[in-house]
Design a protein around this ligand. Structure first.
Ligand SMILES: [Mn+2]
Length: 441
């Protein structure tokens, strides 16, 4: 028997990878995990007449020749299959896009391609070989790519993901069905929890990171809450979310966490409770809560986070400034020299008193007042940013004001730097790299 397997708790990318793998390895049986994530479960249920799967129990007492493993390389995530396999006579071939967790399946040939979705790697192999897909297969594969790349918006997306998607569309993949399968909240109760969660969620700023925290007491266990939490997170602007659910029936507390940035690694934070997952998605379950104050404990853990970047860490310094006791003609010359459209005006002590830009100079020129001192024509009402402002506060200032150059000042109004929209966008783009730098310091 030749088989294709994926990881336990099969998701859409894993399911799609297995189906594509079967096109590459005809005659191999797909053995599916006993645990499917809800979205993968929906796809399976709608195509059940078309797709045929074996379960881990079907492997018992079978001669296993070759094994193809997709969407995981970790022996920890394929235990349910190998528990029923005594030996593999032939080869184990892996197609995965995850970095190693240190527990790679031994003796396997590894094809590690870092695409946003593992399905993309499989589809490109089909494309190279000229293997066509029918429209159902193409739809499932496209759904897998959309799921793992969050519709082509994750940092891990590659040109190959787009190529694979493009091939799938040419093979008749249905956008309507992909959209239908990707709808995260399938049940009415999930929608009602979605609204409840939005109402009870608290927003905290911890060392500059915006963290959403919620606590709900439920009579019994509820399935599908991770999708609800993700949905709340997708509409709320925040760096991370920690949703706690206490279940009265067995006194357990589960925490579902998601993060958008490396500086808030949710797996590390939840590791205190033996949680698992990765930097951006993790969960933990405390079996007996007893008189543990989980929200308070979480708050204490969050206090250990490294501080986020502030205006001071992304601003440009030193700043080219204009002294207040020079003429507008001199200020004009100076702006031309330094090739800037505006610069802050400072007094003798370095305190910022205004901004002088080309527009102010033109006004002075029109009035024939070029020999007047700078303060007569400068902008006195200047929007500035405190050096300790968080990324979110800086964003707000830029959104609410039209200026491009924002002077950065300290608590005693001393000018310490300047921040432009470009600096801000650069900082967002380099967020994760910058975080690493700050942490290794
Ligand atoms: Mn995947």
């Amino acid at each position: 028997m030749n088989i294709i397997i994926g990881h336990s708790n099969t998701d859409l990318d894993c399911l799609a990878s297995m189906i594509a793998a079967q096109k590459l390895y005809p005659g191999y049986d797909i053995v599916i995990s006993g645990l499917l994530n809800p979205l993968a479960g929906n796809v399976v249920s709608f195509y059940i007449t078309k797709l045929s799967f074996k379960g881990p129990a079907d492997l018992k007492d079978q001669q296993i020749d070759n094994v193809v493993v997709v969407d995981t390389r970790s022996s920890m995530r394929v235990k349910e299959f190998f528990a029923n396999i005594s030996r593999v006579n032939g080869r184990i071939t892996i197609f995965d896009h995850h970095p190693t967790d240190g527990c790679d399946i031994p003796g396997a040939e590894l094809n590690y391609v870092k695409n946003g979705a593992n399905t993309s790697t499989m589809v490109l192999k089909l494309m190279e070989k000229g293997i066509r897909l029918d429209s159902d297969e193409a739809t499932i594969a496209l759904t897998g790519i959309y799921a793992d790349t969050q519709s082509f918006t994750t940092d891990s997306v590659t040109p190959e993901d787009f190529q694979a998607a493009s091939y799938l569309i040419s093979q008749g993949a249905s956008m309507k069905l992909a959209r239908f399968f990707l709808q995260p909240l399938k049940n009415d109760y999930q929608i009602s929890y979605f609204h409840t969660l939005l109402n009870v969620i608290d927003r905290h700023v911890i060392k500059g990171h915006e963290v959403l925290v919620s606590y709900l007491d439920l009579p019994k266990r509820v399935n599908g809450l991770a999708a609800v939490v993700e949905q709340v997170f997708s509409v709320e602007k925040a760096d991370a979310i920690f949703a706690m659910f206490h279940c009265q029936a067995d006194d357990s507390t589960s925490i579902i966490a998601r993060s958008r940035k490396k500086a808030v690694p949710v797996n590390q934070i939840l590791s205190v409770w033996g949680g698992g997952g990765h930097e951006k998605a993790a969960s933990a379950t405390i079996k007996k809560t007893g008189d543990m104050n989980v929200p308070l404990m979480l708050k204490e853990e969050l206090q250990k986070l490294p501080p986020d970047r502030t205006a001071e860490s992304i601003m440009t310094t030193p700043v080219k400034t204009i002294p207040m006791n020079v003429s507008i003609a001199r200020a004009k010359e100076y702006l031309e020299e330094i090739n800037h459209t505006a610069a802050p005006v400072v007094d003798d002590e370095g305190k910022m008193v205004g901004m002088m830009g080309n527009k102010n100079i033109r006004n002075a020129e029109k009035a024939g007042c070029m020999e007047t001192m700078v303060p007569a024509y400068m902008n006195k009402k200047v929007v500035s940013i405190n050096k300790d402002s968080t990324m979110r506060e800086i964003e707000k200032v830029f959104l609410e004001n039209k200026y491009n150059h924002m002077p950065v000042i300290d608590d005693s109004s001393m000018l310490v730097g300047i921040l432009t929209r470009k600096d801000f966008l650069k900082a967002i783009h380099e967020e994760d790299e910058l975080t690493e730098l700050l942490q290794t310091r």
